[in-house]
Write a protein that binds this ligand. Sequence first.
Ligand SMILES: Cc1cc2nc3c(=O)[nH]c(=O)nc-3n(C[C@H](O)[C@H](O)[C@H](O)COP(=O)(O)OP(=O)(O)OC[C@H]3O[C@@H](n4cnc5c(N)ncnc54)[C@H](O)[C@@H]3O)c2cc1C
Ligand SMILES: NC(=O)c1ccc[n+]([C@@H]2O[C@H](COP(=O)([O-])OP(=O)(O)OC[C@H]3O[C@@H](n4cnc5c(N)ncnc54)[C@H](OP(=O)(O)O)[C@@H]3O)[C@@H](O)[C@H]2O)c1
Length: 448
Amino acid sequence: MAKRVAVIGAGVSGLSSIKCCLDEDLEPICFERSSDIGGLWKFTETSKDGMTRVYKSLVTNVCKEMSCYSDFPFQEDYPNFMNQEKFWNYLQEFAEYFDLLKYIRFKTTVRSITKRPDFSETGQWDVVTETEGRQDRAVFDAVMVCTGHFLNPHLPLESFPGIHKFKGQILHSQEYKIPAGFQGKRVLVIGLGNTGADIAVELSRTAAQVLLSTRTGTWVINRSSDGGYPFNMMVLRRHHNFIAQVLPSCILKWIQERRLNKRFDHVNYGLNITKGKKPKMIVNDELPTCILCGTVTIKTSLKEFTETSAVFEDGTVEENIDAVIFTTGYTYSFPFFEEPLKTLCTKKIFLYKLVFPSNLEKTTLAMIGFIHLTGSILAGTELQARWATRVFKGLCKIPPSQKLMAEAMKKEQLIESKKRREVFVSSSPSLLKYLSYRTSCVRLAGSG
Ligand SMILES: Cc1cc2nc3c(=O)[nH]c(=O)nc-3n(C[C@H](O)[C@H](O)[C@H](O)COP(=O)(O)OP(=O)(O)OC[C@H]3O[C@@H](n4cnc5c(N)ncnc54)[C@H](O)[C@@H]3O)c2cc1C
Ligand SMILES: NC(=O)c1ccc[n+]([C@@H]2O[C@H](COP(=O)([O-])OP(=O)(O)OC[C@H]3O[C@@H](n4cnc5c(N)ncnc54)[C@H](OP(=O)(O)O)[C@@H]3O)[C@@H](O)[C@H]2O)c1
């Protein structure tokens, strides 16, 4: 009898997973809490349902040549980089072509996923779902969690003294859909990821002024590269990978930075990576021009808010701020698991190859799509789902749980001790001062 697999979520990762289950003759049933496929790529006018979705003007940041599922290329007439609507159409075409829709139960939220009492022998799960107020329970041989990285908005208000006094509008980018409502206003965007840059550029066309605050800076790359080819096509190449592996990291860094600064010098634009911070990269074709034309002003990190203004770390003050948009990213969680699985799955170190939780006696639970890639996530989720379904079927094996847990705990300890060392080093100037003060006191006492 074919194994029954519960797939949670019908976004990019969920669709890959359903297809891979079918390829391996497994029986998938996908539960999707919204009424459509595509996850965050399904645009809606409002965010009242609390789901993270694309804003209207979003354009993909990985070109179509590097973005498709392996057996379903984009149609010829699709542009290299496409807007959210076209990308969603592609997902719809994929789902229809492989007849995936009939396996999806829409408007069905997964409330709990628990091990069956005989889990250590069967590896089976009890899955409780809710559809329009009605609860159902079913037993599954395996589960693929495809609920995405962007479940909850990360809104770090406690890091911003005075924010509760601020009288203007405050929102997170999850609520942002279109630029209407910001015309003629002075808007402060906090956080420079892809979303922060996109929203700042879009608002700069109609707002009175856009201020964009960043703690870290970022490298900014264009969608088009040498000869007008999409940059991912030019950069994500085997020979580039090979060169990156053989060159010493300092030389590689020098070459990359030289190339990235060739288009515009990031220091002059206030976008250089803050010393000691991990470098990051965004894709944006217009941000440098907006900075050059003064429609977007780059600001340092924020020190505090007053009722109407923002005070920055460099001592500058911006008065009469009408709205603050936090583009500070997202967090994810697994509310349907019990402890310790719930916490363990949020620590990627405890996911074997970022897919299988290390603490389970049976390998019947796979986390799909919890990855950040340089390229498109479609290829990554497809590979994960192919592997996971083969593990469910017994065609691939993974090491036993005890071994995986021991390795994960060892890695965790190493990371902890590295963090402790870093804290020690960063606090050492004051520590050294204290020690030298103590030494001079001892010397003085000795001489007295
Ligand atoms: C604004 C934005 C732009 C992006 N642009 C790109 C890009 O250009 N290129 C790229 O490669 N990547 C991009 N990404 C990365 C993105 O992660 C992937 O493109 C992809 O959409 C992730 O798909 P997913 O299926 O893993 O998650 P999601 O698309 O978030 O889908 C998760 C699904 O699970 C459902 N769900 C959640 N909880 C439950 C539950 N309890 N029960 C039932 N259903 C549930 C949700 O309703 C949703 O449909 C972008 C991300 C964001 C936020
Ligand atoms: N297709 C596209 O073009 C497109 C568009 C949008 C998003 N995306 C994707 O969507 C995902 C989410 O992107 P995102 O930009 O929303 O989130 P993100 O990549 O997590 O970036 C959030 C940014 O917020 C800042 N931040 C976080 N916590 C902060 C704090 N406490 N105080 C101040 N600043 C803080 C950080 O930037 P600083 O430290 O520099 O301030 C961080 O880089 C990413 O995978 C991204 O690639 C793609």
